[in-house]
Ligand binder design. Structure first.
Ligand code: GUN
Ligand code: ZN
Length: 437
């Protein structure tokens, strides 16, 4: 690929704005130098141009360049359950969601879902995602193949359960071990794909199944781990009934060493300071899914507590418990709910950007590859360009500060405003065109 210089207003958070000063780097007239799929320079256009006077420039002024979004919690088989309102978690699973997940037993149906799911990620600016696969091995393989063909960075895995769901969705622990091992051999480390060991949640997992998870993680280098945790009060009561030896929900996962640095636990709505301190000590991260937490009435995410305990967290859309694929919307929802939470936290735009990008990369252990525009990173970007009639079009002239412009983007921008999305410098989505994959 010949080098190119992208010229636009540019934002990224190469540092953690919850812990460090001046974490946001923003340039009204910015430039991103891309060479062989990697970022080779990022800064003020004039300064970068002086260093690289001969590199061809793509003039993207009038729009905004952000690092590709990272979705740390999303379900592949749930595209078509979006919009099922009026439930709480356990009845939502039973009546709205598991019947649909069972339909992926049919390979043609699963392939159709993969064709809906993967382009939707790209169209919303998501370049990296930790994805709950299917309970069916063939469907999970179809997701991996579609993600690879599209060029996305995806960690996913066979969803494991051996009780409490529907019979068709259960595997025996032996089958779970065998099928997971096959998928790991086929997809883990292939291009940008990674494998994530994925028990659905403790409620649908026997101790033997959790032991399988522990074994898989011990047998293969670099696997990720993901599951649900502390989402809903009824779920927690049921988990405690089924694991009578457990001190609390976290201790179920702890017993099988499933809370380490490779772990991303989704929701953490009802976590106590003591549990969060234990999670911080083992290094596990949390996927915060504010749209889902509100839509399913799960509760307020205790952000203050996570910050105090030092637990890392990042955003997840939780399609289809959530309300769609947009991490911009998820950022705004996090802001809105934290204003109203019993222990409120006033989120700033730089923190929203971090939670939608670099924090996700850190949670997934991919911070050396993606999440910001530091030189050496993969050129994963989202280009937002509002139409002339949109209030966003005037943000740069009217907002007064670049931080305020970022606030406008999280408040007003959505998939309709995303003109181009790239991974490793290769365009994977262009507005109004079919995805290139
Ligand atoms: N807990 C177990 N399964 C699910 C799921 O599909 N979505 C959410 N939000 N929570 C879960
Ligand atoms: Zn979920």
């Amino acid at each position: 690929m010949t080098p190119q210089l992208l010229r636009a207003t540019l934002f990224h958070t190469p540092r953690d704005p919850f812990r460090e000063e001046r974490a946001l780097e923003a340039y009204a007239d910015g430039a991103l130098l891309i060479e062989d799929g990697a970022i080779n320079g990022c800064g003020d256009y004039g300064a970068i141009r002086r260093i690289y006077p001969d590199v061809p420039v793509r003039d993207l002024r009038g729009g905004y360049l952000l690092p590709g979004f990272v979705d740390t919690h999303i379900h592949f088989p749930q595209v078509r359950v979006l919009g099922g309102l009026g439930y709480t978690l356990l009845d939502w699973l039973e009546h709205n969601t598991l019947p649909e997940e069972a339909r992926l037993a049919d390979s043609d149906y699963a392939a159709a879902i993969a064709r809906e799911f993967v382009p939707a990620l790209a169209a919303h600016g998501t370049t990296t995602a930790l994805v709950f696969g299917s309970h069916f091995s063939h469907a999970t393989a179809l997701l991996f193949e579609a993600a690879e063909a599209a060029g996305l960075r995806v960690a996913s895995g066979l969803v494991l359960s051996d009780r409490m769901l529907r019979e068709e969705l259960h595997q025996t622990p032996e089958q779970a071990y065998r099928e997971s091992t096959e998928l790991i051999r086929r997809f883990h480390g292939k291009g940008r794909l990674l494998y994530a060991v994925t028990p659905r949640f403790a409620l649908s997992s026997s101790e033997a199944m959790l032991e399988v998870c522990q074994t898989l993680l011990a047998e293969h280098e670099g696997l990720r781990f993901t599951t649900h945790w502390n989402e809903n009060v009824r779920e927690i009561v049921e988990v405690m009934r089924r694991f009578p030896w457990a001190e609390d929900y976290l201790s179920v996962y702890e017993r099988y060493h499933l809370t380490g640095r490779n772990a991303v636990l989704a929701h953490s709505v009802h976590s106590t300071p003591a549990q969060l301190e234990r999670l911080a000590a083992t290094g596990g991260a949390v996927a915060h899914c504010p749209c889902s937490n509100a839509a399913l009435g799960s509760g307020f995410f205790p952000m203050q507590r996570h910050l105090q305990a030092g637990v890392r967290f990042a955003l997840g859309t939780d399609v289809g418990g959530g309300t769609g694929f947009s991490l911009l919307k998820e950022g705004l929802q996090a802001y809105l709910l934290q204003r109203l939470a019993p222990e409120p936290y006033l989120l700033r735009p730089d923190q929203l950007l971090y939670l939608a990008t670099r924090a996700g990369a850190e949670a997934m252990g991919l911070q050396e590859e993606t999440g910001d525009f530091r030189p050496g990173k993969s050129a994963d970007y989202v280009y937002i360009r509002p139409a002339a009639c949109c209030p966003l079009a005037n943000a740069l002239d009217q907002a007064g500060s670049l931080e305020r412009v970022l606030g406008w983007l999280f408040t007003l921008a959505g998939a309709d405003h995303i003109e181009e999305v790239a991974v490793a410098g290769r365009v994977i989505h262009r507005r109004e065109c079919k995805p290139l994959a």
